[in-house]
Ligand binder design. Structure first.
Ligand code: PEP
Ligand code: MN
Length: 371
């Protein structure tokens, strides 16, 4: 008996329909979602919303059910916050959005006519919870955004989106909020931009929004992260905004004031994805030809290097010598880092690329030695 498959994977062709909602907004700039990490009081919510009203912000955000890493902290005001969000919509005309993390949240948010619901990073990691949310949302015409899971797993992120897609939800998008790491870096959550870029390559039409607040964890990094996101063709930004950030009940360090948000929005450079301008196209073509030539040279050199590695493999086999020669490898790495530096190549890049080359060499040698 064949297994019944109820879930659908998203194909590139049918990702287009998911972006129609964003086009319908008719914006001439990236979508901006802003508002506090958490709704705290009715007064706080309305004060922030009124300050965002006549800006480029289209959607107001506020968490009312807060997933906290450890218990004993402020866990959100709960359903009463929905009444405050409704007032935001009535008084300012901003669209409203909040995080939902189970079927009860979904039911209440739909009843309150919340325009955009998002699935948080701690929920996206769980297919059971995402499925519960998808089932509760089945067929809704509300917009649903899926944050990346806390761990850097593109398939899990796509899986979340696909569960919603399979539940006949067509207004979809994703939010990139960075990934947890054990090693501390300057970011609260590492951006791992390549994952977002890979997502875009797979689904160029699905709206992709960056949440620099949760990547950064501190407000002074938000401008640069936002600019980077726009340079990578993200479709929008979600930025936590509070009228008194330092005294916010959650995520105090990363929130900005509405005034600072406006400053950020004004200073961001929005670059075109491309242009038809003749001179630009011509110059680009010439430069790309040079890139193609360089790539060919790199490829030929790598091919040649591996042939030499195989000859070494034969030699080592004949003399019964081990493949891995640590001393020699460390010398190569050091020389290459120094020479890379002279050419403006970062140590980190050289290390990564030569580790990969070295591994491939070992594979070739092992094939020779072990047949
Ligand atoms: C939030 O947006 O406030 C939030 C809890 O985010 P994340 O799910 O990305 O941690
Ligand atoms: Mn937050």
């Amino acid at each position: 008996m064949a297994l019944p498959i109820l879930q659908k994977q998203i194909k590139m062709e049918n990702s287009k329909e998911m972006s129609a909602w964003l086009e319908d907004f008719g914006l001439d700039h990236p979508l901006v979602i802003a508002g506090p990490c958490s709704a705290e009081t009715e007064e706080q919510v309305l004060k922030i919303a009124h300050e965002l009203k006549d800006t480029d912000v289209t959607v107001f955000r506020a968490g009312i059910w807060k997933p906290r890493t450890r218990p004993g902290m402020f866990e959100g005001v709960g359903a009463i916050g929905l009444d405050w969000l409704k007032k935001v919509k009535d008084q300012t005309g901003l669209l409203i959005s909040t995080e939902v993390a189970n079927k009860d949240h979904v039911k209440l948010a739909l009843e309150a006519d919340v325009d955009i619901l998002w699935i948080g990073a701690r929920s996206t990691v769980s297919p059971f919870i995402v499925q519960e949310i998808a089932d509760a949302l089945n067929g809704t015409d509300k917009i649903v955004l899926v944050k990346n899971p806390v761990n850097p797993d593109l398939a899990l992120w796509m899986g979340g989106l696909e569960r919603l897609y399979s539940a006949n939800i067509k207004k979809l998008g994703v939010i990139h909020r960075g990934f947890s790491t054990y090693d501390k870096s300057k970011y609260r959550n590492n951006p791992e931009w390549q994952i977002a870029v890979e997502f875009q390559n797979k689904f160029p039409d699905i709206p992709l929004i960056c949440d620099p607040s949760h990547i950064a964890g501190r407000r002074d990094l938000i401008f640069n992260l936002s600019q980077r996101a726009l340079d990578l063709n993200f479709d929008g930004l979600m930025i936590e905004t509070h009228w008194d950030p330092d005294n916010a009940w959650s995520d105090a360090k990363q929130q900005v004031t509405p005034g600072r948000l406006v400053e950020i929005m004004n200073n961001l450079k929005i670059r075109k994805v491309t242009t038809d301008e003749k001179s630009y196209q011509l110059e680009l073509e010439t430069l790309r030809e040079q890139i193609d030539v360089s790539d060919q040279i790199i490829l030929d050199a790598l091919g040649k290097r591996m042939k030499v590695a195989e000859s070494i493999g034969t030699l080592k086999k004949g003399n019964n010598v081990a493949v891995l020669q640590n001393k020699r490898w460390n010398e190569i790495l050091q020389t290459m880092r120094a020479r890379g530096g002279e050419r403006g190549l970062s140590e980190e890049f050289i290390t990564r690329i030569f580790k990969a080359i070295h591994q491939e060499s070992i594979n070739h040698q092992e094939k020779v030695i072990n047949g």
